[in-house]
Write a protein that binds this ligand. Structure first.
Ligand code: FES
Length: 242
């Protein structure tokens, strides 16, 4: 190995197989991202490597992996930021999700939890109605705006210890989505949504460890969203609304 070569260890395996890390030597490039490294391995060194990406510019949320032990969006993570002093890059699938093959995980349960948290907008207006006018200055709209840019990459989910301890926990992204809708004055399913997140695997299971907020590549704070849900659920329960 020399300064122009990166030592890369990539997890290889299929489904519930135990799998193993395989070593590759990848040429270093200026401004090289972790996704560039994975792509080089697949296109030049081993065409059987499976992984997932789409946009390469931080919009689609499909490229998250575990890089040197931490969940990251690989298309916007420069190698120089994460490679250790020994020049080794270890790349594994995102944690807490079943592996399909190599670096590609099955995201079904992640998005199923969005559905369980009622993460879908429900309104009454049709395309024939005038636009709803919502002031951006209201506290509700500002709370919704703070979480609305989530790209569904599951970096927060792969970083959450509670998801690891109890796999039925809805997780940071689904609860953050629910919080944006609870604060959307156009939405008509507020009470049903609060019921959905108030259950045993909902917002009250969060231990406020903050890994989701620390690692979110979009700078969203699911910890704040979940705290908001806890307060709102408690108020609604006291009022007998749930
Ligand atoms: S490839 Fe789309 S966010 Fe990384």
């Amino acid at each position: 190995m020399n300064d122009n070569t990166l030592q890369v260890r990539i997890w290889r395996g299929r489904g519930a197989d135990e799998g193993r890390f395989v070593d590759y030597a990848v040429p270093r490039q200026d401004s090289q991202t972790v996704l560039d490294v994975v792509t080089h391995v697949q296109r030049v060194l081993d065409a059987t490597l499976s992984y997932r990406y789409a946009c390469r510019v931080g919009m689609c949320g499909s490229c998250a992996m575990t890089v040197n032990g931490q969940a990251r969006w690989t298309c916007r993570t420069h190698v120089t930021k994460v490679v250790g002093s020994e020049g080794v890059l270890e790349i594994a699938p995102l944690a807490h999700l079943p592996v399909v093959k190599d670096l590609a995980t099955d995201m079904s349960e992640f998005f199923d939890k969005w559905a369980r948290a009622r993460g879908r907008f429900s309104g009454t207006q049709t395309r024939h109605d005038d636009f709803a006018r919502v002031s951006p200055a209201t506290p509700e709209r500002q709370a919704a705006n703070a979480g609305i840019e989530c790209i569904g990459c599951a970096v927060c989910y792969g970083s959450c210890d509670v998801v690891q301890w109890r796999p039925d926990f809805l997780g940071p992204a689904a609860l953050n989505r629910a919080w944006t809708l609870v604060n959307d004055v156009r939405d008509t399913e507020r009470t049903e949504r609060l019921r959905a997140v108030a259950g045993d695997a909902g917002c009250h299971s969060c231990h406020t460890q903050g890994s989701c907020t620390e690692r979110c590549p979009k700078g969203i704070a699911p910890t704040i969203a979940i705290a908001g849900l806890k307060r709102t659920v408690a108020r609604a329960a006291v009022k007998g609304e749930l």
